[in-house]
Design a binder for this molecule. Sequence first.
Ligand code: ADP
Ligand code: MG
Length: 272
Amino acid sequence: MNEQTVAADTVVAGSANAGVPAASTSPALEVAGLWKSFGDLQVLRGIDLTVAEHEVVCLIGSSGSGKSTLLRCINLLEPIDAGRIIVEGNEITAPGVNVNRIRRRIGIVFQSFNLFPHMSVLSNVTLAPRKALGMSKVQAAAEATALLERFGLADKRNEYPDRLSGGQQQRVAIVRALAMKPDLLLLDEITSALDPELVAEVLNVIRELGRGGMTMVIATHEMGFARDIASRVCFLDQGTILEQGSPSDIFSRPREARTQQFLQRIIEAGRL
Ligand SMILES: Nc1ncnc2c1ncn2[C@@H]1O[C@H](COP(=O)(O)OP(=O)(O)O)[C@@H](O)[C@H]1O
Ligand SMILES: [Mg+2]
């Protein structure tokens, strides 16, 4: 399934908006023993990850280490081979789970913004709340406008995506995810497609969300940002979480040789 269909799927999802009862004592997310292969290629090899409510977990690691696949599995975009994914105490990988209902609670934003090009900013943001949550046009527009204002995009509400800068488009994509009021937000290299001067405006949005208590799992190669915003940093290596800890643990006192090598390469490339 591609990323455009996610948005479309969410939209087609029907009217039932019954929330799954959330046990407040449960972690926001638990991934246990997650294995995932593509053909012969084992991409995730026994991932265990627990994310508490309001935590911001950054996934770092070389290209190909499995960051995107992990996020896609958490959002049920990829079927998993083994393991369990539990969101607020409810196993979402159990048979018979309503996938669309889960996806409504887990927002995901990709490197390529995937806005609908033929729709205005406002329509992009209000589409899923109207179709999937059954929100009235007036209420959806009011809530979307408030979000657009919060992120400095109010004057763009009637523009079409191709009239916006990459940074503005990505901020709209984030607002579109937020319009569904997700419990958990997954962000996959959301600044990778941006010109360097546009990166900061998008990272500032994420900072603001972190301060507001949004639970997030963020795959990023922006190490300075990860050090700044993360409650916890996980270093992925060949499909496992080789090492995790506070930003200062990982960036200043990495224990594992492969983490040290990775950070050394980042430093040599001038990216930390
Ligand atoms: N749909 C797919 N089909 C086959 N291989 C894939 C697919 N998606 C990812 N991979 C492979 O899985 C590995 C991990 O990819 P990915 O999760 O994108 O890593 P990262 O995001 O850390 O760069 C890579 O070797 C990649 O080529
Ligand atoms: Mg990736």
